[in-house]
Ligand binder design. Sequence first.
Ligand code: PQ2
Ligand code: NAD
Length: 199
Amino acid sequence: MTTAASNELFPVFLQLNQLHTLLVGGSHVALEKLTALLGNSPYASVTVVAKQISEGVRTFTKDFPGVRLYERAFDEHDLDNVDLVVVASNNPALNNRIRQACRRRHLLLNVADKPELCDFYLGSVVKKGNLKLGISTNGKSPTIAKRIKELLNDALPEEIDETLTYMSQLRDLLKGDFTDKVKQLNAHTASLIASKEDA
Ligand SMILES: C[C@@]1(CC(=O)O)C2=NC(=C\c3[nH]c(c(CCC(=O)O)c3CC(=O)O)Cc3[nH]c(c(CC(=O)O)c3CCC(=O)O)/C=C3\N/C(=C\2)[C@@H](CCC(=O)O)[C@]3(C)CC(=O)O)/[C@H]1CCC(=O)O
Ligand SMILES: NC(=O)c1ccc[n+]([C@@H]2O[C@H](COP(=O)([O-])OP(=O)(O)OC[C@H]3O[C@@H](n4cnc5c(N)ncnc54)[C@H](O)[C@@H]3O)[C@@H](O)[C@H]2O)c1
């Protein structure tokens, strides 16, 4: 056993286009969360409920077909038929109320910038075509997560997506049982790592 701080977060990649997300809040932080949600999943179904919805949120969401905006106070019925909840409000009592309601309903919750209220955190994301990397610092420093995103974005070649497409076609062509296929796919990709090490 090491004495390093425990890092027990389990990463997953959600098919947000198949889920219904509720976002409570409609200002600066809400816009950041919408940018993250819709930037990755443009067809996500997202209901925004906020006492005040900013012009920025209205303009940004205009072209996303799954977004609905409701300018009013949060009501517990907003949690009906929802799969995932993100809160970007400035109201600690509201945050706690939603935290408790989500526990009762077994809904997963993120309260922006409030790790102690979260079931899941958003991460920094690097995307190169079909490749997507999610970066977490276990809540220690979102700024470092952002910097690592920038670093990896520069370091990973755009052509990596061509390699992924080629490998996907190759996988479909390969014959033999599962073990054989895995062996061949590993043989084809070994050179990717080897050429880095030789360089
Ligand atoms: C990755 C990213 C995704 C996203 O939000 O989309 C994200 N925060 C981002 C940016 C960012 N957020 C903040 C700053 C200001 C500088 C700073 O404080 O460091 C910057 C930097 C900037 O904007 O440049 C403020 C902040 N954030 C949290 C706290 C509370 C605390 O730390 O206790 C405070 C202090 C609030 C205060 O002081 O009042 C907490 C969380 N922020 C997380 C995610 C989760 C942990 C992720 C991880 O493990 O790394 C977690 C735990 C929960 C959550 O919100 O999901 C996104 C990167 C965007 C990109 O990639 O470009
Ligand atoms: N803006 C930042 O850069 C920043 C940085 C760090 C932390 N934070 C924190 O993040 C939170 C949100 O930040 P912000 O700048 O977006 O706040 P904001 O005050 O600009 O917006 C709060 C949003 O919550 C909505 N709201 C409040 N009560 C509501 C209710 N009962 N029902 C529905 N909607 C309700 C408001 O209408 C508004 O849209 C705050 O707690 C803030 O302290 C913000």
